[in-house]
Ligand binder design. Sequence first.
Ligand SMILES: [Mg+2]
Length: 341
Amino acid sequence: MSRRASTPLDGIELVLTDLDGVVYQGPGAIPHAVDALNAARAERRVGYVTNNASRTAASVAGHLGDLGLEVAEEDVVTSPQAAIVLLQQHAPAGSTILVVGGEGLTSVVEAAGFTVTRSADDAPAAVIQGFAPEVGWQQLAEAAFALRAPEGEDGIPWVATNTDWTIPVARGIAPGNGTLVSAVHTAVGRLPVVAGKPEKAIFDAALQRFAVADAASALFLGDRLDTDIIGANRAGLRSAIVLTGIDRAKQLLPADADSRPHFILGDLRELDQPYPEQIVKTGLRGVRKHRSGDAEVVVDGSQVRLSKPGSAVDVVRAGTAAVWGTGTPIYALDVDPALYA
Ligand SMILES: [Mg+2]
């Protein structure tokens, strides 16, 4: 009797995906992403998760729809929405909140029943901070004035949508919300609570939105280990890195245990294709062979080498399994350059 090989979608009720580097890159969709996500949506929920606080869920949904995705506004989970959950935990209902950010943030703060102010003189109950292109010194200074704690006190709560150091925009890579949070931090000597990836709040908000009780029945698709994968792992979701964005073999091979994904995908066509069984065989003198598809990687002492070629993604799968399986930091290993190619 033959056993059908499982796919990354087996047992998954909810697919959550990062946007930049997974769904689109610059103005255009990443090849195969639209078809794969629409196909996934035919049998389960699909949600779109973004740290970018400068756009509303409606505008993100509009953009995704233009790319050909079947998506509704409530399928989009933004870091401002997750930040509101934190704000509700830290500030009294209906209180006045100092907002550093743009319409993507003020709209959700107001929709949650809070009053928005831009001035520290209005005695805000908390500060919420997210990226918008129009954020400048004046807004950052008001946050600093509001957050300054009287002697012996903690000061008012401070919630940040995310602390991404960079933000990709049409003309290139620009300073992200992390740099603006850091400017306020420099003035006040405190740190905010953070909602966005890699923090847990945005994953919790997404699971809550789609009413998924078991985090392990949700699969997160991302292109970065340091935000998407580490965050999904922390929140108890299954995770897949898609090699269409930022991180590639060079970042995967040295990954720490907490930022290793469950699946490595070359592109999103592989979402519903059988995932090759990851085979390990230990031979004489403890020499180990890791196989994924046709690719085979041998670990002999501190030597890690590609012994049989395979598809590019299978080489990454076998290579990472081999390196991670050693339990040794990568700098102490002699790794075949073919594994980085
Ligand atoms: Mg991304």
